[in-house]
Each structure stands twice: as C-alpha cells, then as structure tokens.
Design a binder for this molecule. Structure first.
Ligand SMILES: *Cc1c(COP(=O)(O)O)cnc(C)c1O
Length: 367
C-alpha cells in the first residue's frame, strides 16, 4: 500500500527532537502564549522575510482576522479564486464581505491575473490569491494591479510554506499573508495552528489583539475580538519542523520532477510550475476526464489518492443562498470533476513514485 501522505513517518523522522520540544513545553508551566510562541513567531518571521509574524489558532482564523484588521466588512468585495479550498471563501463571508470569484489561468491551477481587472469595481477592497498546491501565484503582477487600483492584497499561503517568487519567499509580497499549520501542510503541527506574516506593524498589532478577545493589554478591550491563539505546544513542535522544512521541500521537488518526467506524453494535464516560481509541491495534482476510473485503478493496485476538491465553493450547499449555478465557473467545475492528487510527501520513496508512474502509464496504455 502506498499512502497518500504518511504523517506517522514524518513524526518518526523527527521524533527525538519533537519529544524534547514537547517535554520542554509541557514542563514549562506556561500554557498560553509565552516563550515557545514568541520563539516560533520570530523564527517564522525570519524564515519568510517578514518583519512581523502573529500566531493564531488556525489558517481560517489567519485569513479572517487579517481581513478584519484590514477593515473589510459588509459592502466590500474581495476577489478570490474560483478554484480553491473553501476556507479562502469562508473567511470573506465571515467578515460579511462579498466573494468575487475569478477563474484560473487556462491549463493551470492558480488565479488568472489577466482576468482580475474586469472584476474590479468601486467596492473592491482586497485581492486574495491562493498559492494552490504549493505553486506560487504571480505576486508581482497581482501586487502591481492592486497598487494601480489602490487595493490591499491578502495571500492564502496555507499550501505554500517555503515557496518563492523570483527568489523571494512567500511572506511579504502582499499586505498580509495567512498561513495554516494543519498537520498535512508542508509545515504542519500536531493539531491546529496558524499565523499571519506582514510588513505592516499596525496590521500585526491589530491581528494580535483581535485573536486575544480584542485586547492588547489584559482586561482592556479595544474591540470585540475572538480567542484564536497559537498553542505553545504546537509552537514548540513547529520550531522543530521549521528547521526541516527546506530539506523536506527539496525532497518533494525531486519527487515532483520524477512525476513530471515519468508522466510526460500521457493524455492528462500535468501541473505547471512557472519559470519564476519555486514550487514546494504541497500536492501533486493532475487532471483528466478519466479521473474516477484512474483513481479506482490506482486504489485497486494499492495506491491511495485524493481529490482536491470534489465540489467547487460556488456549488457548495454552504453558498446556495448566493444563487450560483453549474456553468457559472466552468474551469473550477471542470477541475472538480477532473483533478486527482497523487501520493506526495517528504517521506515518500522514489521507488513508490516510480510504481505510481508505472501504474498510471499502464492505465492509459490499456485505454
Ligand atoms: C488548509 C487550508 C486553509 C485552512 O487552514 P486551517 O488551518 O485548516 O483552518 C485555508 N486555505 C487553504 C488553501 C488551505 O489549504
């Protein structure tokens, strides 16, 4: 059996350091905020090149609190990808703003920057690109467009830890960058976690207060906030895992390269990493009209695959009230029907990837 992602193997590889860090945190007597959280925030800020990093409870909160800190609310429009994980949209809805979806570039997975312009109105406040699957969005073009129209940029970097655009790591291109440390992400905790990186001191301070009941000084509340903080035990874990991130991303890149070469020439859409991008392959996603048959074939031969994601946000029951219909975002809908994520992870062996390649070749050879 080739698993889609082996989190147990990831734990085992780092277990001595993880267990030392966890014991240190549990024995400290300090269980909210404190040194572990501050140390990780400083390390992750340095890693991403951001002057500020604020730990929060999870990736969805990172997005939501960043939008609140940007004063985005009812009556405002936020440009989002039509093809993304629903959390990107939920954050916009949570602050009462309106999602304005934009389709991906043809043959690729990220937002089509050329199509954004036509969706900008007097109500547009923020462009919210997603570095989907670990492939960075074209931040230079997006930031130039935002500047031209006086808009803010919030990046959903939940799948992009360590990715870079023209040599500059994700973390400071936009006005704020939201991160998730959900266990399966490239930098994953042993539970929920999230952060926002930013170059704006006022955003960092406001996000920090918003996640702490709206309070910057204990028992003095500036605005109605929430409780969303990075747990010190998770921070201790993340410090250990951050030290391994670049090496683990390099392993993913070697596996992705093998997939790209091995699957070349088959009747399927391969993921595209632009020449200017350092892609960190959170997922290795292909697309084919024969997706369901291919998934069944791989499963029958012991290969676990997943679908990211089977229903596009605009057709989810959660967004029924917005009245979108099948056909409104054809590219997102096609991907929902055609995408398949092959096994990918730093503990996956080259032999396993070669077996997957061989099986995919056999599938198409038999068609
Ligand atoms: C995982 C993810 C999120 C949400 O992060 P959580 O920590 O699970 O709340 C948001 N956006 C994208 C693109 C994600 O992959």
């Amino acid at each position: 059996m080739i698993p889609f992602l082996d989190l147990k193997a990831a734990y085992d590889e780092l277990s001595p350091d993880l267990e030392t860090a966890l014991l240190r945190a549990t024995r400290s007597g300090w269980y909210i905020g404190g040194e572990e959280v501050e140390a990780f925030e400083a390390q992750f800020a340095a890693y991403t090149g951001a002057p500020y990093c604020v730990g929060v409870g999870n990736g969805l909160d990172a997005l939501t609190l960043a939008l609140r800190a940007m004063d985005v609310g009812v009556g405002d429009e936020v440009i989002v990808p039509s093809h993304t994980y629903i959390a990107t949209w939920l954050a916009v809805s949570a602050v009462g703003a309106t999602v304005v979806p934009v389709e991906p570039t043809e043959g690729q997975f990220n937002i089509d920057v050329a199509a954004i312009q036509a969706k900008i109105t007097a109500k547009t406040k923020v462009i919210l690109p997603v570095h989907l699957y670990g492939i960075p969005a074209d931040m230079e073009a997006i930031c130039a467009l935002a500047k031209q129209h006086g808009l803010l940029v919030l990046e959903d970097a939940a799948q992009a830890h360590g990715a870079a655009v023209r040599g500059k790591r994700i973390g400071t291109h936009g006005d704020a960058v939201a991160w998730s440390f959900y266990p399966g992400k490239n930098l994953g905790a042993l539970g929920d976690g999230g952060a926002v990186t930013t170059r704006h001191e006022h955003l960092a301070q406001r996000i920090c207060a918003l996640g702490n009941y709206g309070s910057a000084v204990k028992y003095y509340n500036l605005e109605p906030g929430v409780n969303s903080r990075l747990d010190p035990l998770q921070a201790a874990v993340l410090s250990v895992k951050l030290a391994a991130l670049d090496e683990w991303n390099t392993r993913r890149q070697a596996l992705a390269q093998r997939y790209l070469e091995g699957l070349q020439g088959l009747p399927l859409q391969l993921p595209v990493s632009p020449a200017w991008a350092n892609t960190i392959w959170h997922l290795f996603v292909i697309a084919t009209p024969q997706r369901d048959a291919l998934q069944t074939w791989l499963q029958a031969h012991g290969v676990q695959t997943l679908i990211h994601y089977p229903v596009p946000p605009h057709l989810q029951q959660a967004y029924q009230s917005l009245g979108w219909q099948a056909g409104d975002f054809p590219c997102a809908e096609r991907y929902a029907n055609q995408v398949l994520s092959l096994p990918m992870g730093p503990q996956l062996s080259v032999t396993a990837v070669d077996q997957v390649i061989e099986l995919v070749q056999q599938f198409f050879g038999a068609q």
